[in-house]
Design a protein around this ligand. Structure first.
Ligand code: SAH
Length: 513
């Protein structure tokens, strides 16, 4: 049999924001058997790689800290491809712009290895854009140059024609220019560029860690030094930088640079995280709850077999719906087998999850809490009725207890259970390093699990969380937090994720007290 043919895809990862990779690049990541990735390529992109793929960190932090030398990297690509593997070489920005992509491809070609190259959004355009600077503009410039700032300033013969560059090009963007910035600014001025030309320096562009400063050619080196800006950063020189006052959109989003710890179950956090990140926040997801199937499906299966004998079917969370309908499907059934009982839900998110299965709730309370649902059901009169409540095995007893007191028979059937994953070291570390501005809690169990997982006494807990703001989705969650001695700073009036996000944005929009 012929050996499988390997191939190398050299892919631009884009400047930082993981959504700035091309559609093609992302698709090819899904085919990778080996991925060799750089320091500047966002690690979040590795989520698109099949779990079976081998991941190799190639390093490249500039200077001598390279994890693998360029020769080693070239050899790795060749070896894996010749072994028949689909190899993705993932590089920050565009692979052919100061990325040594050309050298890697030359090497592959010399061994006859098949390859393709997928361009990426280069950091120069992204940094300018995300700092509110259009790199060309009809009123200010009709040319742009991308220049390496890495060149040794003591080199006798520069490969950069400073005399032509200084006045011959409108906008000049320097990559790798932080160390040599004084020399760069000086060279431009000496060669005739106006010392008052505006300059922007952007670090970690298009990521939540982005920082930018502005100055003029005359003072930018000093400004950067004072601000403590270190690589990776880009230097944008030209009149267009002046437009930043009007266009600076990215850094003006309400939650820009806020670091939020989102405590939710792994498979549930995305909605909250997505909405917070859309407003500029940087989220760390702490899975304080993980959900698993119940020990036994027997109680639910039995109830389903006689579903028509119930007057009500209650859902108190989207998770309950997810597990309930999963079981239904596994039994070869669908929503048509739910004929008989009326269906009540606790709030809009639960109603939407139900709707996703093609089922409309008959009852949605005005208040999206267990109390609200209890009141709404009591108002309907439940005496003598049979009520099915599929939910977590351990949960609050208010709803079944109140309905029971009113004369109903409530059957609780477990459809999932909470299991606690170990506290990720990353989260504890982030708290210790004071890298968290806000923690969100979206249920009482996220609070209790979070505190238990930290395993600290009250005084130590307060020390660790000093200065960290706390947001709770509703009054029950807030009460649980308060009981644990946490001060809740943010709590929306409506208990939904969008309302929580809006309350957080409003809180941070206010000037600090
Ligand atoms: N191929 C890459 C450039 C690699 S050279 C590209 O097309 O963007 C490495 C330099 O790129 C860094 O020293 C820095 O100057 C710049 N750079 C890359 N990503 C950056 C980012 N997110 N923010 C600021 N500068 C960045």
């Amino acid at each position: 049999m012929e050996k499988p043919k390997g191939k190398v895809y050299l892919i631009g990862a884009g400047p930082g924001d993981p959504e700035l990779i091309t559609v093609k690049g992302r698709r090819l990541l899904g085919r990778a058997q080996v991925v060799v990735y750089d320091y500047l390529a966002n690690k979040k992109l590795l989520a698109h790689v099949p779990e079976s793929a081998e991941l190799i960190y190639a390093g490249k932090k500039g200077g001598s800290q390279h994890t693998h030398s360029q020769t080693e990297i070239n050899q790795m690509l060749v070896d894996h491809a010749l072994a028949g593997k689909i190899v993705v070489r993932l590089k920050g920005g565009d692979p052919f712009i100061f990325g040594r992509g050309g050298e890697e491809i030359e090497e592959l070609a010399s061994y006859g290895v098949a390859f393709e190259v997928v361009p990426g959004v280069t950091s120069a355009t992204a940094a300018a854009t995300y700092a509110g600077v259009p790199i060309t503009h009809r009123r200010f410039t009709s040319s742009v140059a991308f220049v390496t700032g890495h060149e040794d300033p003591d080199k006798k013969e520069s490969r950069i024609a400073w005399d032509k560059l200084a006045t011959g090009v409108g906008t000049i963007v320097f990559y790798m220019g932080i160390k040599n910035l004084p020399h760069i600014a000086e060279n431009l001025i000496l060669n005739g560029r106006d010392p008052q030309t505006p300059v922007a320096v952007v670090r970690w562009a298009s990521t939540p860690q982005q920082r930018s400063v502005v100055g003029t050619l005359a003072d930018i080196a000093e400004v950067v030094k004072e601000a403590g800006i270190t690589p990776p950063a880009l230097v944008v020189v030209g009149e267009v930088v002046g437009l930043r006052d009007v266009i600076n959109w990215y850094e003006q989003r309400p939650l820009f640079s806020k670091r939020v710890l989102v405590t939710r179950s792994r498979d549930q956090a995305s909605e909250l995280v997505e909405q917070l990140e859309d407003l500029g926040a940087s989220c760390l997801e702490g899975a304080t709850i993980a959900l698993a199937e119940p020990e036994s499906w027997q109680p639910l299966d039995r109830a389903l077999a006689e579903i028509a004998t119930y007057q009500w079917l209650l859902f108190t969370s989207p998770n309950a719906i997810r597990f309930f309908f999963k079981r239904l499907a596994d039994l070869g059934l669908d929503s048509r087998s739910l004929k008989g009982p009326k269906i009540a839900v606790v709030g809009t998110a639960t109603a939407e999850s139900l709707m996703a299965h093609g089922v409309r709730a008959d009852l949605l309370p005005d208040q999206f809490t267990a109390e609200g649902l209890t009141a709404a059901l009591l108002a309907q009169g439940v005496a003598g009725q049979k009520i099915l409540l599929p939910r977590a095995l351990k949960a609050r007893d208010l709803l079944p207890a109140s309905l029971g007191q009113a004369g109903a028979t409530v059957e609780i059937v477990p459809v999932y259970r909470n299991v606690r994953p170990p506290m990720e070291a990353e989260i504890r570390q982030a708290l210790e390093r004071r890298e968290i501005d806000l923690i969100t809690f979206t249920s009482s169990s996220t609070v209790t699990n979070f505190i238990e997982l930290l395993g600290l006494g009250e005084a130590e807990l307060h020390g660790l969380l000093a200065g960290v703001k706390i947001a709770a989705i509703g009054p029950i969650t807030a009460a649980t937090a308060a009981q644990a001695g946490l001060v809740v700073d943010i709590q929306p009036e409506i208990h939904t994720i969008p309302a929580l996000v809006a309350a957080i944005a409003e809180y941070f929009a206010r000037p600090a007290p």
